[in-house]
Design a protein around this ligand. Structure first.
Ligand code: HEC
Length: 457
């Protein structure tokens, strides 16, 4: 190749391109290996080989020493480990002592994951960056690229290159040495004379890209700092905007305008017959029509009749009190149910009705002390009327609410509600225990103070 191939810019003073070394071309890897060994034995170290595929033994033939990268990575890993330990010791043991389950401060077994992570992190980054640095990468141009023959390095030719920066380099002796191994061609590699600055277009383009990349951040920052009445931006239209019908809205889909279809006559409900099962109602819906007489709603505590309803035509009368109530608990009166009932009563009822059921819970007391006259006193569960209520009615009160008291059906399962009824019954009985309730053999041991009273209070 001729030296005139690389024209310097017309404006600059023409200067012969600098020679960077010699490059020999071979037809197969055996010749290359042989040549590389010879060059190595002659003492050259600034050499390189380019082959279309990995050639076994080329490292050795070129005299490449094992890399010091593993050692550098080891040091980086240890640095990561020490950083992690020091950081955790400082954070947890010195700067911000935080008691976590009474564990010791500073370095504990819990520090292992972070230490492990930082060791790996430091090592990984050092491996990648160290590899690049030791290889002199990234390198966008190499003088060997100036020779068009070199293109075959990725195809079917093998190249050996001796760099002019080698301390034994001598233009003539290297040429002689390389000629002696019979390369298919031998060329002097010339420096790349093409301009080294980035083209203006690329520079400007990257600048614009960087600026454009700042726009989303700027928008986010602006939004965080300002207020707006508008709904937030939806990049993806979650479920905030979806076609739907709200209750009582009409639709054009159906002729009758109803958006929700009524049940087809004769539909058999399966697995959820809760509105027919006394267990879920507290009364037997099959016997509703057989109950005569008015169903009454009371004003709590005072036992005055507030309203008298006529028996509804059938089904759940809601506030109707004269229903065919269950007289017997549908749950077993065992320890597990009593315990469940106690827990649930104390959670959901005691705030108003008090732990013992006298209607003197904390909420009731507070309301009374505020004396705002808007508060209905919770009924004492020991009131005569409640005592006489069948279990089904108390269950119904919990399920549907009663007067000013809300329904607890959404918080308590029917099983839990029945357990509460059981517990309420136990509370009532505890205030009305009779001497007959005590086992015969224990009666004589009772002192007067312990003896259950017969009048209930
Ligand atoms: C927020 C306070 C409050 C809570 C909690 C509460 N109640 Fe009541 N309860 C009342 C009030 C007030 C009344 C009187 C309602 C009325 O007559 O207007 C009442 C009435 C009752 C009655 C009598 C109903 C009747 O037939 O007159 C029973 C039984 C009862 N509650 C049981 C319970 C049970 C069991 C719980 C727990 C699941 C409970 N309550 C939770 C306030 C409460």
């Amino acid at each position: 190749m001729s030296h005139n191939d690389h024209n310097s810019k017309a404006t600059k003073e023409p200067r012969p391109p600098k020679a960077c070394g010699w490059m020999a071309e071979f037809e197969n890897e055996h010749d290359l290996l042989h040549a590389a060994e010879k060059v190595r034995d002659a003492g050259y170290t600034k050499t390189d080989a380019f082959t279309p595929f990995p050639v076994h033994g080329i490292d050795h033939a070129l005299g490449i020493k094992p890399t010091i990268l593993p050692f550098i990575v080891l040091c980086a890993g240890l640095t990561g480990l020490c950083t992690a330990l020091l950081m955790q010791w400082w954070m947890n043991g010195v700067d911000y002592k935080y008691i976590i389950s009474g564990k010791p401060f500073g370095i504990t077994p819990a520090s292992i994951p972070v230490s492990f992570e930082l060791t790996i992190l430091f090592s990984a980054f050092t491996s990648v960056l160290g590899m690049l640095a030791l290889n002199g990468l990234p390198k966008f141009s190499n003088p060997v690229f100036t020779n068009p023959k070199f293109d075959r390095a990725t195809d079917d030719r093998f190249f050996l290159y001796v760099d002019s920066t080698d301390k034994y380099y001598n233009r003539e002796s290297v040429r002689e040495l390389l000629s002696s191994v019979h390369p298919s061609s031998l060329d002097e590699v010339l420096e790349d004379a093409s301009p080294s600055e980035l083209p203006r277009g690329i520079l400007l383009g990257s600048l614009l890209l960087v600026l454009a990349g700042l726009i989303p951040a700027a928008i986010v920052l602006n939004m965080r700092a300002s207020f707006s009445d508008l709904p937030r931006w939806h990049v993806f239209f979650d479920m905030d905007f979806q076609p739907k019908k709200k209750p009582q809205q009409t639709t054009t889909i159906f002729k009758d305008g109803r958006s929700m279809r009524p049940q087809v006559p004769g539909t058999v409900s399966r697995g959820q017959l809760t509105n027919e099962d006394p267990f879920y109602l507290g009364y037997d819906p099959m016997k509703v029509s057989s109950v005569d007489g008015p169903r009454q709603i009371y004003v709590s505590a005072t036992d005055t009749v507030l309203e008298t309803l006529q028996p509804p035509a059938g089904g759940d009368g809601g506030t109707a009190l004269n229903l065919p109530w269950l007289e017997k608990l549908p749950v077993e009166a065992n320890e597990a149910n009593i315990k469940l009932g106690k827990t649930k009563y104390e959670t959901y009822c005691s705030a108003c009705h008090g732990y013992a059921g006298f209607g003197d819970g904390l909420v009731a007391k507070r309301a009374a002390s505020l004396a705002q006259d808007t508060w209905t006193t919770p009924t004492s569960l020991h009131a005569d009327r409640v005592q006489k209520q069948p279990v089904g009615q108390i269950f119904h009160t919990i399920s549907k609410g009663q007067g000013k008291m809300a329904s607890y059906a959404s918080s308590l399962t029917p099983q839990e509600r029945w357990s509460i009824v059981l517990y309420v019954r136990a509370l009532q009985r505890s205030r009305n225990a009779k001497i007959e309730d005590v086992p015969v053999e224990q009666r004589s041991g009772l002192t007067d103070a312990q003896a259950p009273k017969t009048d209930g209070q």
